[in-house]
Ligand binder design. Structure first.
Ligand code: ES4
Ligand code: ZN
Length: 326
């Protein structure tokens, strides 16, 4: 079997996926038309040409602009459903999805509209596609603590739908410490916690996310490769990393995939997983991330099996549910 067929055949969990980052240019244009929104770009092709980034912020500017076409509950359903069909095509059996309520509530969309649309698609995926899922609500770290507290407050009505809270958006200038109190409250309310750390920020942000935010999983975390003491701690505690190779390449966190620390992190004994982050913007869903990594880093079939197995182990599923997938 080819490498690509082998990767397809592995049952995988995806653990780092922003639902707003699955908005393909074609659906973006459809929703713009449906909602009578004027776009800056004359065509799908013109929009796709704009997807060239030299850092995280350049990407985020387009990502938030793209999200402006999401208005009605059905728009959020359609967004999530298209992604879940992609999961089916790629043999992704379980997915843990981030959503950014503030991206929508800041422009007058109700929290309920966002979560109800996404959740209806997740329920349909369970019954019609056999795909299980969890929802993780992310706070936008470029916004202030008060806005995060308000968002947490709104989430309390949906505790049964949201398993964890996370932290995303612009890492530089927005350290984990800024959200220490919000995360403490979230944990008191029974949410698990994860956070983006060490994507563009330093290894110390990874350490602080673990120590101050008590996260059970690190999103990205590639900067940890700079700190051997931190590596030893993450290996010892088996705190998972949700790594997104094509995202890191497209946002210039690494200059070329051949220099990506993925394999080194595995070799240090870390629980590493491979994920797609914002596949509509970074040119690949989960299988393309596995394949590009395998080709650039010379990963063996055993390595790829390990990554797929890690994705189940590092998921928020119960132990019996994990056993069922391994
Ligand atoms: C994101 Cl790649 C990335 N990093 C930080 N925040 C994000 N939100 C969506 N994609
Ligand atoms: Zn991300």
């Amino acid at each position: 079997t080819t490498l690509s067929e082998f990767i397809h055949g592995l049952p995988k969990a995806e653990l780092h996926l922003h639902i707003e980052g699955t908005l393909e240019p074609e659906l973006l244009f459809q929703l713009a038309e449906r909602n009578h929104i004027q776009l800056k770009y004359p065509s799908v092709e013109a929009l796709k040409k704009a997807y060239k980034f030299s850092n995280l912020q350049e990407f985020l500017d387009l990502y938030y602009e793209g999200a402006n076409v999401l208005i009605e509950e059905q728009d959020f359903y359609d967004l999530a459903w298209d992604y879940l069909e992609k999961c089916k095509e790629q043999n992704v059996v379980h997915t843990e999805i981030f959503f950014d309520p503030q991206t929508h509530t800041e422009r007058g969309i109700l929290f309920a509209t966002v979560i109800n649309g996404i959740n209806r698609a997740l329920q349909d995926a369970r019954t019609k596609l056999g795909i299980s899922s969890k929802l993780i609500m992310c706070f936008l770290r470029h916004l202030d603590e008060a806005s995060a507290f308000q968002t947490l407050d709104e989430a309390l009505d949906y505790k049964d739908l949201i398993v964890a809270v996370g932290l995303d958006s612009s890492e530089k200038g927005n350290p984990p410490a800024k959200f220490e109190r919000v995360f403490a409250k979230a944990r008191e309310e029974g949410f698990l916690t994860v956070a983006h750390a060490g994507e563009e920020g330093p290894a110390s942000f990874v350490k602080d996310a673990v120590d101050l935010l008590k996260i059970i999983r690190i999103d990205h975390g590639i900067a940890a490769i700079q700190d051997e003491f931190l590596l030893a701690e993450l290996a010892q505690k088996q705190i998972p990393l949700t790594v997104c190779p094509l995202s890191n390449l497209e946002l210039r966190a690494v200059d070329q995939l051949e220099n990506h620390p993925l394999k080194k992190l595995m070799d240090h004994g870390l629980l590493v997983t491979v994920n797609s982050d914002d596949p509509a913007y970074f040119g690949g869903y989960v299988n393309e991330n596995y394949l590009a990594s395998a080709e650039a880093l010379g990963l063996s079939k055993a390595d790829l099996c390990q990554l797929a197995k890690n994705s189940v182990i590092a998921s928020l599923l119960s132990e019996p549910e994990k056993e069922h997938h391994i």
